[in-house]
Design a protein around this ligand. Structure first.
Ligand SMILES: Nc1ncnc2c1ncn2[C@@H]1O[C@H](COP(=O)(O)OP(=O)(O)OP(=O)(O)O)[C@@H](O)[C@H]1O
Length: 308
């Protein structure tokens, strides 16, 4: 049984590489997640920020128990999420990401799903759900139980997907770009409901998104990843831009700095100046930023007013 005093999520020197066809890490390619050490207290709402390919989905899938890593490298509610399958089976740990496609890709063709299932049938088929919880989630997501799943819009299908992940109240919820299809009202109501759920039940959330509108008051923590490395992890109080409603500007500054460092690093690599480095490309990177905290150059960039 997990202790209740332990953090919601914890990683310790976590490295992860996708395996090649032989099941071994791909030679010559740095790990997709590198040296990640972080601990998130229960009840937190953490925004996971990073450019395309930064490693957000990979990180969330590791935390969600979908990729195998050493037991000591990751714990969720005190248990290793890959090895302790009861965490996900019980609904205590819920990962919501990816798409529920209405087409099946087959031999180069896309074939429409033939199944005609009402949303209500899917929702009511989940055993052990508290009816009051189900009604609340249905109301927040404004779901019509008569929707036919092969005919609904992307946003409607997304609402049902989110509903399925929330019916059994999770203790840890991992959201990967899940609000992208929701209309403004659905997104606002959903995010408000998540705050209530965290505050009343102590649920913990990590939410990866590229959409920052109206999110300034939402997070308790911010995490910024770049090329699989944790570049920043802070509480909301430590980020003045949140109180100033300048989250988008802040993130844009980070991503520009990130791109600048990457291009600089590539230039150095091409000119062969880092030929002696054991980990190609990391020398310039770690000079620019330090895992878990900002260096002076990063602070300058994050506080700068963006001029377009
Ligand atoms: N199945 C896979 N096999 C090999 N490499 C992968 C696989 N999935 C992702 N990657 C690589 O891992 C890195 C991180 O990908 P990831 O999907 O975690 O990024 P992300 O931050 O979620 O990006 P985005 O914002 O575009 O969704 C990328 O370089 C990507 O090419």
């Amino acid at each position: 049984m997990a202790e209740t005093s332990c953090p919601a999520l914890q990683t310790q020197d976590l490295d992860f590489s996708y395996p090649d066809i032989d099941g071994r890490p791909i030679a010559g390619i740095p790990p997709v997640v590198q040296g990640m050490t972080v601990s998130l207290p229960r009840g937190s709402r953490c925004l996971l920020i990073g450019g395309n390919g930064a490693g957000k989905t990979t990180m969330l899938k590791i935390l969600g128990g979908k990729h195998m890593v050493p037991k000591s490298a990751v714990t969720v509610l005190g248990q290793p999420p890959f090895h302790d399958t009861d965490l996900t089976a019980s609904g205590r740990l819920s990962y919501l990401g990816g798409n529920w496609d209405r087409d099946i890709a087959f031999a180069g063709y896309s074939i429409p799903l033939q199944g005609d299932m009402p949303a209500g049938q899917m929702i009511n088929s989940l055993p052990g759900v508290d009816p009051a919880r189900r009604d609340k989630v249905l109301q927040v997501l404004d779901i019509d139980l008569e929707w036919r799943m092969h005919k609904v819009s992307d946003g409607q299908r997304r609402r049902v997907q989110i509903c399925m992940g929330l019916l059994k109240p999770p203790e840890v919820l991992l959201l990967d770009e899940i609000t992208v299809d929701l209309d403004v009202l659905a997104r606002a109501d959903f995010l408000k409901f998540l705050i209530e759920d965290c505050e009343t039940r102590g649920m913990t959330i990590i939410y990866a998104t590229h959409i920052f509108d109206g999110l300034e008051q939402w997070p308790t923590h911010l995490m910024f990843l770049s090329r699989g490395r944790l570049q920043l992890f802070k509480t909301a109080e430590e980020i003045p831009e949140l109180a100033q409603d300048r989250l988008l500007e802040l993130v844009e500054g980070w991503l520009r700095k990130d791109k600048e460092l990457r291009l600089e690093e590539q230039k150095v690599q091409r000119s062969g100046k880092d030929a002696k480095s054991e980990k190609p490309g990391m020398a310039t990177w770690s000079n620019g930023w330090t895992a878990g905290r900002m260096t002076a150059s990063m602070k300058d960039s994050s506080n700068a007013v963006m001029r377009m």
